[in-house]
Design a protein around this ligand. Sequence first.
Ligand SMILES: Nc1ncnc2c1ncn2[C@@H]1O[C@H](COP(=O)(O)OP(=O)(O)OP(=O)(O)O)[C@@H](O)[C@H]1O
Ligand SMILES: [Mg+2]
Length: 244
Amino acid sequence: MTKLPVLDVRALRKTFTLHLREGLQLPVLHGVSLSVHRGECLALVGPSGQGKSTLMKCLYGSYGADAGEILVHGADGRTLDLVSATPQQLLALRRRALAYVSQFLRVLPRVSALEVVAERAMTAGETDEQRARARAAELLSRLNLPQGLWGLPPATFSGGEQQRVNIARGFIAPAELLLLDEPTASLDALNRRVVVQLIEEAKARGTAIVGIFHDEEVREAVASRCHTMASAPAVSSHEHKEAA
Ligand SMILES: Nc1ncnc2c1ncn2[C@@H]1O[C@H](COP(=O)(O)OP(=O)(O)OP(=O)(O)O)[C@@H](O)[C@H]1O
Ligand SMILES: [Mg+2]
């Protein structure tokens, strides 16, 4: 029996309509097809503005698509097409199987960094709050976030500190599909290495990963394959093996 990929994107198209500019059409995704298996990390590459983050937001279900399919084949044997899924199906998938580290942390007032991270573990099925908090502390400490900050809301944290809270939140629960949008953009070399280790551990657990890594060193360390975004309408995206 051939194993299904965790993620199977077929002929995905998305055009933005700029209503404030007389309905100007901005085609961004022109028939993207790709797949990612368990334990694989696929890196999206292409120049700025080519639609990498847009694709990522489609894969998380934040953006709808105009055509195509985003099939997630779950470990429970069920398949969900994110393009046609109901909001309830999407939220359920996010809780149990889908994690997303966006470039910026969305902070809630008065919720501490430790709680922001532990909360994700609870949402994803952890029932013991103490265990969730201990795991959050372990991750924040691995990511070298000073302990004095753990009890504070991240709103006033530096860019790199917020990003580390975001990363801890993305990695605390075992995900079947993990989406990483420039997870190391504001990090120093030490913490970039920690993120590389976290990605390797997730791959070893069987997580399928799609990532955008501007840092070539990080990309080379973690990517199993690269997917180059197509640059012009009517030209379809293609995948290629990254040169060793
Ligand atoms: N919500 C939106 N409404 C309208 N246009 C958008 C929207 N989001 C993105 N775009 C446009 O879509 C194009 C692709 O943007 P996107 O952020 O996906 O690029 P990217 O490849 O991630 O670039 P970068 O490497 O700079 O992060 C850009 O031209 C952008 O202006
Ligand atoms: Mg982007």
